[in-house]
Design a protein around this ligand. Structure first.
Ligand SMILES: [Zn+2]
Ligand SMILES: [Zn+2]
Length: 191
């Protein structure tokens, strides 16, 4: 039975930045326990359920509830992420996100940094299909990743009907004023 989060879960989620209203909405949608977050699975899906949620809060909540879905700045590289060996466009040099060390030519997304041993690239979340992985592009659908902080903007542009390849470009080319306008729309938007 879904009676809602336990007191402890509630307090932890509030500490992560969720409001009472947001917790109530989640429970109404059936997300009512730490375990049910694993069905939500990704930051992207959580943001689709709660569009007004701050992406940073969504990321923290997911990191707590679903450690394997955790992103970017995890202190230790997650061992559960095994990247299939796919040689993507190797013309771009990859620099370690932790120590900036330039990775060798045979680097493939998901490799650990040869210098510091951390995940050389943060695990990103695809705005288009919701898959996550390292690298510049989604291995599932090929979309170029956008910064996690701009996921809600990418979702908005997707709802606007922009093409998969146009969204990252549009975000990269947007001025701060244009982004402010988009954020305004994100805040007003309700599914
Ligand atoms: Zn490194
Ligand atoms: Zn994708």
């Amino acid at each position: 039975m879904d009676s809602g989060f336990t007191l402890l879960e509630r307090n932890i989620l509030k500490a992560k930045g969720l409001t009472d209203d947001q917790l109530t909405s989640l429970v109404e949608m059936g997300v009512s326990s730490r375990a049910s977050f694993s069905e939500v699975g990704t930051v992207l899906t959580l943001l689709e359920l709660l569009p007004e949620l701050d992406p940073a809060v969504a990321t923290r909540a997911l990191e707590w509830a679903v450690p394997t879905a955790a992103a970017a700045e995890a202190p230790a590289p997650p061992t559960s992420i095994v990247a299939p060996t796919i040689n993507v466009d190797s013309s771009d040099a990859v620099f370690c996100a932790s120590c900036q060390y330039k990775q060798p030519k045979d680097y493939t997304p998901g490799d650990l940094c040869v210098n510091c041993g951390r995940q050389a690239e943060p695990i990103e979340q695809c705005f288009w299909c919701g898959a996550s992985g390292p690298g510049r592009r989604c291995r599932n659908c090929g979309a170029v990743f956008v910064p996690v902080a701009e996921l809600p903007l990418a979702l908005l542009l997707r709802r606007d009907g922009l093409a998969k390849d146009d969204i990252p470009r549009r975000l990269a080319e947007s001025t701060p004023e244009e982004k402010d306008q988009l954020w305004g729309r994100v805040r007003r938007a309700r599914i």
